[in-house]
Design a protein around this ligand. Structure first.
Ligand code: FES
Ligand code: FE2
Length: 382
């Protein structure tokens, strides 16, 4: 065996860096819009702040700072009165634009009675808040696409889940966009094709995969010979919309998966995911709903596998990569655009970048590994 070079002998050190204290500029999904239309105020901790989210009588949903500018009462503990939120402490009334419009016991509302309000938007039955540390409104081209036919008979209702992740920055979940190999080890799939495209505020992942022989998660993708095609895009820093087609026995099931999060503190975030499944003609609603639920239950297993990794891993700013790893550094350069002032976004952060991972070697290894594991399991005494 030949010796090693001095470079090879040098211990590679992890540069952990530190989590940014700033929160990303962009649309962040807060969950299913209808859950905020129950006539009650909802406390949402996001972007290092505490907010109250409430609906007006016309159904529009608003988000303002929860802490009343009078004496600091928590509006999320108050009540919705008419179109305003009333503070539980002295009943000051705040509207959805963040303005105090009434102090029932006082002759006059103080002049400077204005608090922080986030711009909100509803799309595909989901509620979004625009976060921008510079306080600018969203540019018109930075938006969340509509799901074609959403709200019609074409799709099931959302099956939706959320999970609080503590001890990790949300960059960890975004890194998944380029991480071809973890799909085998963490999500029990064999990627057959894997490509990334980044451009502007959108980062996409195109993948075809099959299930493993040895581990089943209970989703459609586990069916023998099922090929899953997935086209997933992050629209901004935190909202991924993924179209999934699962083909088995010549039958194709289409689903729209959302994988999104919003930051709570620099090292915690609320992970949320949901799915709508295409209803085949003549398929009863309940059957579509059962399919969506089965899908999301299977996905939950996969998401929690990611969470386990994040909870115990180190932040790493200098990952050591092989040819089979996707373009982690380029993805992070793209992601950085959301953490700097608009004026400081560089052309490298937003220009088009494409990369296809050559999966051939990995596929051969993984097929053999899962085949052998399945054979071992079959021969094991019961
Ligand atoms: S603290 Fe809110 S009304 Fe007084
Ligand atoms: Fe993952």
């Amino acid at each position: 065996m030949g010796g090693t070079t001095p470079e090879q002998d040098e211990v590679r050190m992890i540069e952990t860096g530190s989590n940014p204290t700033r929160f990303a500029r962009g649309w962040h999904c807060l969950g299913l819009a209808d859950t905020f239309r129950d006539g009650r105020p909802h406390e949402v901790k996001a972007f290092g702040q505490t907010a109250v989210v409430f609906a007006r009588r016309d159904g529009t949903i608003h988000m303002i700072d929860a802490f009343c500018r009078h004496m600091g009462g928590n509006l999320a503990r108050g009540a919705v009165k008419g179109d305003e939120i009333a503070c539980p402490f002295h009943d000051w009334r705040w509207n959805g634009e963040g303005r105090c419009v009434g102090v029932p016991y006082a002759r006059r509302v103080p002049l400077r009675a204005r608090t922080t309000a986030w711009i909100t938007m509803e799309r595909n039955g989901l509620l979004f808040a625009w976060n921008d540390p510079q306080g600018n409104p969203p540019p018109p081209d930075v938006t969340i696409p509509e799901i074609e036919g959403y709200g019609t008979d074409r799709w099931s209702e959302w099956s939706w889940k959320s999970y609080l992740v503590e001890g990790a920055h949300c960059r960890e979940i975004v890194d998944n966009v380029v991480d071809m190999a973890h799909f085998f080890y963490v999500h029990y799939q064999i990627p057959r094709y894997f490509k990334n495209v980044f451009e502007g505020h959108v980062a996409s992942q195109y993948m075809r995969s099959t299930g493993r022989d040895d581990i089943k998660t209970g989703v459609q993708m586990d069916l023998p010979d099922a090929v899953t095609r997935s086209e997933a895009s992050y629209y901004g820093p935190s909202f991924m919309l993924d179209t999934i087609w699962t083909e088995s026995d010549g039958d194709v099931v289409e689903a729209k998966l959302v994988n999104c999060h919003y930051p709570i503190t620099p090292d915690s975030f609320l992970l949320q995911y949901g799915i709508v499944v295409e209803k085949k003609p003549g398929m009863p609603d309940e059957q579509a709903q059962v399919m969506a639920q089965t899908f999301i239950d299977g996905l939950e297993v996969q998401f929690l596998q990611d969470v386990e990794i994040w909870k115990h891993k180190s932040r790493i700013d200098n990952p050591l990569l092989t040819e089979e790893d996707g373009p982690v550094y380029q993805l992070r350069r793209w992601y950085q655009q959301f953490y700097v002032d608009v004026e400081d976004v560089t052309p490298e952060m937003v220009r088009r970048f494409e990369f296809e991972v050559d999966c051939d070697h990995a596929i051969a290894t993984w097929e053999a590994e899962s085949r052998e594991a399945a054979a071992r399991a079959a021969n094991a005494p019961a």
